[in-house]
Design a protein around this ligand. Sequence first.
Ligand code: PLP
Length: 468
Amino acid sequence: MRIPPMNDLLQEGAARDFDVYGREALHRAIDAALVGIRATLASASPRAIDELFWEEVGSRLAVLPVMRVRKAINATGTVLHTNLGRAPWPREAYEAVEDAIGAAVLEIDPESGQRGKREAPVSALLAELTGAEAGLAVNNNAAALLLAVSALARGRKVVVSRSELVAIGGSYRMPEVIDAAGAEMIEVGTTNKVELDDFRVALRDPGVAAVLRIHRSNFEIKGFTGEPETSDLAALCKEHGVPLVYDLGSGVLHGAEMPCVADEPSVLAALLDGCEVVTFSGDKILGGPQAGLIVGVAPLVERLRRDMLTRCLRLDKTMLAALEATLRVHLLGPDAAFARIPALRMLSLTRKELQLRAESFQQKLLAERTALASDGAQVPGAADDCALLAEVVLTDGRVGSGASPTADLPGAGLAIQLAGSSADELARRLRLSETAVYARIQDDRVILDLRTVQEHEESELFSALLAL
Ligand SMILES: *Cc1c(COP(=O)(O)O)cnc(C)c1O
């Protein structure tokens, strides 16, 4: 038996649709499968290039992971859905990334051609936007807080209220973060109540290097509760010459314009209250790429900037470009920010607007179904068998990512049902469809909340539904 030339084998492989894995991978899989064939060539009954051979090539390719990070349509109604990548970027951000992919002006001074500061533009933009003296950006807010505690209090003590020792996600737990930063935690107060005096007593310890305030983000304490105003705590810290660091989490900039996050502390308020270092996320309410932003008084931000950890936690050029572009949109003011930053637009959509969108979407589906039914006239019941029912329903959306955790965003969407499919099955088919659609299940129905579906994604959502 003669082994056909590789080109012929590649062609045959492509004809069997194996080229979706890429030609290189197909080449390697064929090579590997040929080893077995070659070993038998000298024997009386050599193996052939047969169906079994191609099955082996296929199974070698099938273990390669398919592209996992890919486009999805978020129809869950949770605007900042961490598992779906949090904030969808504004166009300005991804255009900036395209520009920065090749060689980019990053850490070089155009005037002198000498090495410059890579974070200088973002720092200036952050200062301009928030009124802070200086700013800094690192990989994410978790990194920002780790850096702040480590640079300010490594080998010393940090005071924090027992009511703010939060866990965020699976493994980000405040006491462990402080420990990892190399600082010792002094807890004050109780779960529900902490007094200014508790902090005053703790600050008598000369080993204290910082006081930490952490936004509770993903839960609320109700009932017999109390804590000092941030401004009073900041004043007390100033008396003792110890910085107050506030981890805000969501990073609300245009708070007044956004009733749904009215109870979230804004970056500006935290600075005005006298916090010397404030940290927040880039991909929560700021609506940009993943990043951890730090603003505050110049000497402390500078101390953070010079810390070795900053080098370990820094952003790459594409994220810096996306962040810079997002901050520039914010700088145009609240109107521009709400018009151009998808997360902000989604947060501000009213139920009325969403109801109108849901109704016209339902009409389109209905029209398509009628067209199908008349096509299938020769096959009675053909259209009914694949009947997709869609009903306009009222929904309650969420901000997500630990911002205003108990606030409902009154919205609208579609409840869909597919004849012969359970809600779980239908939701699964949507997740696995060509354009992945993530929905919510409620009362045994699949709910598509249109708040989090961008208008330009509606035609793709429509196609995904029709493909069912
Ligand atoms: C979300 C959040 C974090 C973590 O921020 P990432 O950007 O996800 O790293 C830290 N602290 C608070 C209070 C948060 O809300």
